[in-house]
Design a protein around this ligand. Structure first.
Ligand code: G3P
Ligand code: CA
Length: 341
């Protein structure tokens, strides 16, 4: 059984072994039984390649996912939006100018339009066949642009086909953590992503509790609907109590635990401004919720510590169950270093 599914079945004995009540008291040691990792199940934290190895290749491209696996990522993440013909497309945003070559495609020039208060090209204006003629671009200007234009935009089914082919090649199981973006906005356009998601999972024999899949969303209502229709584990994304549209609709961790198996938390929620623990991970673990934090980036300032390595170490010390990162090789290296100490 894969780890995600096993987390749903975690025994109370193992869970309590990670709780403060089992910690050694002053003057006592129980090193033989103490778990090395403070994750919910005591297993090493997962390295989740955020949009693939997106720091090194254009995000959401097959090359980004291949490199992530080559660098040792445990999980790969596709974000999902909808095409005009109801197909899930692997993209972070419904607008296309920053992550594709669409601005250079004269045949699509007249489809530029205003939507959501912004002028751009939008995925609901294009069929899947049209979208997959586009190529992926590096979205961050200070990163390597030399791979732009080389890799096509993928549908979710093409992504799942790639995963299946890689699994056959490596004779191993590859975990995925898809995020459904803006489901309510797409549903309002008559493009509800839920049936498309279920259909793709069904087609790839992934619509089952034991499948190496976690579905994430910032939309609590969507996850509640999904929870009624699938046994696949679900993760509620959460940016904090004051984050507009990204605060689980004001739901408490206890309420989230009624329909989700994990929480995808903004990493800064784990630390005070002085770098002390806020207890967020422990609070979630006490409710049986895994915590996957986002997003660790080698080329951006850490929220704790002076370097990305210090940040990763602090996150792992907190007991996070997974880290989303644009640079999976670094997260693997820090985890390996800690495991060897
Ligand atoms: O899904 C975890 C993290 O990716 C959430 O942020 O905006 O990068 O999808 P975003
Ligand atoms: Ca995401």
């Amino acid at each position: 059984m894969n780890r995600f599914a096993a987390l749903l079945l975690i025994t109370p004995v193992l869970a309590s072994a990670c709780s403060p009540s089992n910690a050694p008291q002053a003057g006592e040691t129980n090193e033989a039984s103490a778990p090395q990792w403070r994750t919910l199940d005591g297993a090493p934290p997962l390295v989740i390649a955020h949009r693939g190895a997106s720091g090194l290749r254009p995000e959401h491209s097959q090359a980004a996912y291949q490199l992530a696996l080559d660098l040792g990522a445990d999980v790969i993440e596709p974000d999902l939006v909808m095409s005009s013909d109801g197909v899930l497309i692997v993209r972070h945003d419904p607008y296309l100018s920053s992550s594709t070559d669409i601005a250079t495609r004269p045949e699509f020039a007249d489809r530029r339009a205003e939507m959501m208060g912004q002028e751009d090209w939008w995925t609901p204006s294009f069929t899947a066949a049209e979208l997959t003629t586009l190529t992926a671009s590096q979205t961050m200007e200070d990163r390597d642009q030399s791979y732009n234009g080389q890799f096509p935009v993928l549908t979710f089914d093409q992504f799942l086909d790639f995963v299946a082919a890689e699994e056959e090649r490596c004779a191993c199981e590859i975990a995925i953590e898809p995020e459904v973006k803006a489901p309510a906005a797409f549903a309002a356009l008559g493009l509800d992503p839920l049936p498309a998601l279920i259909a793709s999972l069904d087609a790839h024999d992934l619509n089952r509790a034991e499948a190496p899949v976690v579905i994430q969303s910032f939309d609590a209502d969507f996850l509640e609907r999904l929870n009624a229709q699938t046994d696949v584990p679900l993760a509620m994304l959460y940016a904090g109590p004051d984050a507009e549209g990204a605060n689980a609709g004001g739901r408490s961790l206890e309420e989230i635990a009624q329909f989700a198996d994990g929480i995808g938390a903004y990493k800064a929620l784990l630390f005070t401004e002085g770098g002390e623990s806020t207890g967020f991970v422990q609070d979630a673990h006490d409710l049986g919720l895994e915590v996957h934090v986002w997003t660790v980036r080698d080329d951006r300032a850490p929220v704790v510590g002076e370097t990305v390595q210090e940040e990763l170490r602090a996150l792992y010390d907190e007991g996070v169950d997974g880290v989303f990162t644009d640079f999976p090789g670094t997260a693997v290296a820090v985890r390996d270093q800690m495991a060897s100490e």
